[in-house]
Design a binder for this molecule. Structure first.
Ligand code: F0G
Length: 456
């Protein structure tokens, strides 16, 4: 089937075109850390799909007409109506972004010594569990570990492992189960409805609450329609509604599938839990009808969650990701299979075997994409996940050395993505010329945002 984006550009933003010499200077000044680069030195910015989507004219019109009343604004009522229609949760709490939702919900559900089980906790999610003195335990399914396997639902949680925990000696420590759809920490792979339903049955049988981290609820729904038998004739909206209905509530950053620059929400069935979260919300985020959000973003979200479920939009976005994956493979760069939607994960360890984990092949590839093409993306390998000694030398490497190329929503055209794979192909022609990197300075906490590196 031929697909194309169901929108056209009316307002555009110029992107910076730089020379190799300028990029070399900028990257050195940034301590070889892409998070330190000024955005005006980046040509194609694939650092994240979060808050970077292009808003529609309808969203901007709604934002202009937003109601900034402190309490009970019309904008909040539109926000709540859109999200309660989608999720059917009676309690919808707005917050400024996903990690605030995590902090507020988890502090009402977990405490020191408890365990949160997940297919994979995203990094801020893990941090918000650990800040409470609780443990974030990832239980991805077995296929998750095979980067080349084309299993359709590598985002699934390992149900046997969940059952063992819920029937074993650690049962009392399990405070919640959190399913991340799609699994961002795990290659952007989807979770099947069968897995979600089975996890939910297990949790209900053992009296443990189960929530979704639903940042990419629409993309997960699209992949379910494409890949899961029994769902082929459903709309993405029907699948998303069913997913929300299988669990007790959710946290969701709306900077992804809300196509909003800012925003998130907590959705809950349990009135008593919602009450506790609301108290925390008012004390730390803002009143319950804005939760730290500007009214304009409440209205952008109300439209965004509707637009994101358009099958024509999802088909075109998935086609962009699939084409990028095919072209990367043609260029000789392996990716985590099968291609998801929000990002492509490049197997840098395999492309750059001459660089040991201790010299960070993922980071090397990310730097090379910037130096050769002005493309910004992020390492997901030993720099991010490995453990270091006192001298910042790698002690335990990550299981994989990956680079994430995230796709902002409705922003870049296929010509931009073809440029990205052309640059990748150039790198893949001469991979031995790519240098490794060593750490010059790394803070103990959240190091990938702040570290400084140098070519090894
Ligand atoms: N959960 C998932 C699965 C995420 O991907 C993110 C953010 C969050 C929670 C936190 O949401 O940013 O609104 O506070 N992911 C971004 C990324 C930052 O680049 O993947 P937030």
């Amino acid at each position: 089937m031929r697909t194309f984006p169901p929108y056209r550009a009316q307002v555009v933003t110029e992107i910076p075109i730089t020379t190799r010499a300028e990029r070399e200077r900028a990257l050195a000044a940034a301590g070889y850390n892409a998070f330190n680069l000024p955005a005006n030195m980046v040509t194609i910015d694939l650092l994240t799909d979060s808050g970077t989507g292009a808003v529609s004219a309808a969203q901007e019109a709604a934002a202009t007409a937003a109601d900034r009343s402190y309490a009970g604004s019309d904008s909040f009522h539109r926000f709540r109506a859109a999200l309660s229609e989608l999720t059917r949760y009676p309690h919808i709490l707005p917050v400024h972004q996903g990690r605030a939702a995590e902090r507020i919900l988890f502090s009402s559900v977990l405490e020191a010594g408890k365990i949160s089980l997940s297919n994979t906790h995203f990094d801020t999610t893990r941090a918000n569990v650990e800040l409470l003195g609780a443990e974030a335990r990832d239980l991805p399914c077995a296929e998750f570990g095979d980067l080349d396997s084309s299993e359709p639902f590598k985002g699934n949680i390992d149900l046997d492992a969940v059952e063992r925990l819920l029937t074993g000696p650690e049962r009392e420590r399990v405070g919640m189960v959190l399913l991340t759809i799609t699994n961002n920490g795990g290659g952007g792979q989807p979770v099947s409805m069968a897995n979600l339903a089975a996890a939910s049955r297990l949790c209900r049988a053992h009296g443990v609450p189960i929530f979704l981290d639903a940042a990419r609820f629409a993309e997960n729904a699209w992949l379910v329609v494409q890949r899961e038998s029994g769902y082929r004739d459903k709309t993405p909206r029907e699948v998303a509604e069913e997913a929300f209905g299988l669990v007790d509530g959710c946290v969701a950053s709306l900077k992804k599938d809300g196509i909003s620059p800012m925003g998130a929400f907590i959705g809950l069935n349990d009135p008593e839990l919602a009450q506790r979260c609301e108290t925390n919300l008012i004390a730390t985020e803002g009143f319950r009808t804005y939760g730290g959000l500007g009214a304009h973003d409440l209205d952008r979200v109300a439209r965004g969650v509707h637009e994101v479920l358009d099958p024509n939009y999802l088909a075109a976005r998935a086609a962009d990701a699939a084409r990028l994956a095919d072209r990367a493979a043609e260029a000789g760069v392996d990716i985590v299979r099968p291609a998801g939607i929000h990002a492509l994960y490049l197997n840098a360890g395999r492309l750059l075997p001459h660089i040991p984990a201790s010299r960070f092949p993922g980071h090397s590839l990310a730097c090379e994409l910037y130096l050769q093409g002005g493309i910004r993306c992020v390492e997901l390998g030993s720099l991010y996940l490995g453990t270091l000694d006192e001298d910042n030398e790698l002690v335990t490497p990550a299981p994989f050395e990956l680079v994430r190329i995230a796709l902002p929503r409705r922003v870049y055209s296929q010509a931009h993505y073809d440029y990205v794979t052309d640059v990748l192909a150039d790198i893949a022609k001469n991979p031995e010329s790519v240098p490794g990197y060593r750490i010059v300075d790394a803070p103990k906490i959240l190091r990938h945002f702040n570290l400084r590196m140098a070519p090894a």
